[in-house]
Design a protein around this ligand. Structure first.
Ligand SMILES: [Zn+2]
Length: 74
């Protein structure tokens, strides 16, 4: 029985065609990351940094993230 809540890293696929943006705390389409929504100077690098730092920090207690979770950055 799985009681933990699914944890999403920045860029993880939530469902087909929908991704998690940790910078906005929103479920977004893939175009979100490429449309200068955050800032026109940090697209790309900041998204990768955010993903890597979340991966390093790991999944908090009470949550789980599947080993094979799909992410657009990876
Ligand atoms: Zn965003």
């Amino acid at each position: 029985m799985q009681e933990n809540k699914r944890y999403y890293f920045h860029g993880d696929i939530v469902e087909s065609g929908k991704y998690f943006c940790a910078r906005c705390d929103l479920t977004v389409p893939i175009s979100h990351y490429y449309e200068f929504i955050h800032s026109n100077r940090d697209v790309g690098d900041e998204d990768i940094k955010r993903f890597v730092s979340m991966k390093k920090a790991g999944v908090p207690a009470g949550y789980f993230r599947p080993e094979n979770a799909e992410n657009y950055i990876e």
